[in-house]
Design a protein around this ligand. Structure first.
Ligand SMILES: [Fe+2]
Ligand SMILES: [Fe+2]
Length: 270
């Protein structure tokens, strides 16, 4: 089973670069299932019903979120109708679910959305919650387990790999938007600290530069804006899983405006 994971999709430029590349890559790489992070899909903040429908129509099968999950209130209705989840360690009573069980080529897959602790909104302990979730998925004999860990701290993501290597299929980081080059397969678990954004490449984490520079120089507030025009990047991580759920191959596919998809990184196996 070949899974493609797309990190944070930022605004219209993110949706456009996905439209230009996703179906092509799905066919070229024989991808069976696409998971993407929606948290910045609607003009940089959250996801609307309209943008979610657009993204699913472009070849995405399931979507995960993060600290921007609640930026658009209408997300709550998407939890009922679409393969849309939110961080599993949100306080009890939050709308939606944090684990999605789906079927791909007759095999069950669990997609887990987890939020880190450092500098993030109020969440329950991601490490202890993840232990009980993996225990439960193993009890249910679900072998294909994918985790989107949405967090700021690289140390938390590294620690998750050390805790769950060999027990889950893949752990992929999101939230910081700048992809890292540590793609690896460790004891059968595919891992990268940060998948990287889909959207504008020539601003500040997918947004225009003007407002962040103003904020950094003055300490005053200014709302981040998604540029109307920019150089766009597509980046996705492919995880090839065998029937036991082990990751046997992993690589990163990138594309830019006017640059066709290419493999930019191969996983280090150990
Ligand atoms: Fe984000
Ligand atoms: Fe985030």
């Amino acid at each position: 089973m070949k899974i493609l994971f797309l990190g944070d999709i930022v605004g219209r430029p993110g949706r456009e670069i996905i439209k230009e590349n996703l179906l092509k890559i799905r066919n070229l790489e024989n991808i069976d299932y696409v998971i993407a992070n929606y948290e910045n899909a609607a003009h940089g903040f959250g996801v609307t019903i309209k943008t979610a429908n657009e993204l699913f129509s472009l070849g995405i099968d399931a979507m995960t979120g993060g600290n921007h999950t609640w930026d658009k209130k209408e997300i709550s209705s998407l939890f009922e109708t679409h393969n849309v989840i939110r961080p599993v360690n949100l306080p009890e009573g939050a709308d939606g679910e944090g684990v999605l069980i789906d079927e791909v080529n007759g095999e069950k897959i669990a997609v887990v959305n987890l939020m880190g602790y450092y500098t993030m909104p109020m969440v329950d302990n991601p490490f202890t919650i993840m232990e009980s979730i993996v225990d439960e998925l193993e009890r249910q004999e679900i072998k294909h387990i994918f985790i989107d860990i949405h967090g700021e701290a690289t140390s938390e993501k590294n620690a998750l790999l050390q805790m769950f290597k060999g027990r889950v299929s893949a752990i992929c980081g999101t939230h910081t938007h700048v992809g890292t080059d540590d793609l690896q397969i460790y004891g059968g678990t595919g891992y990268v600290t940060e998948a990287g954004l889909n959207g504008c490449f020539d601003g500040v984490i997918g947004m225009g530069s003007k407002e962040p520079i103003y904020r950094f120089k003055t300490g005053m507030k200014a709302s981040y804006e998604v540029p109307k025009k920019c150089l766009k990047i597509f980046q996705g991580i492919v995880f090839d899983l065998d029937s036991s759920g082990k990751c046997i191959d992993s690589y990163k596919v990138k594309a830019y405006d006017n640059v066709q998809p290419f493999i930019s990184q191969k996983a280090f196996h150990h």
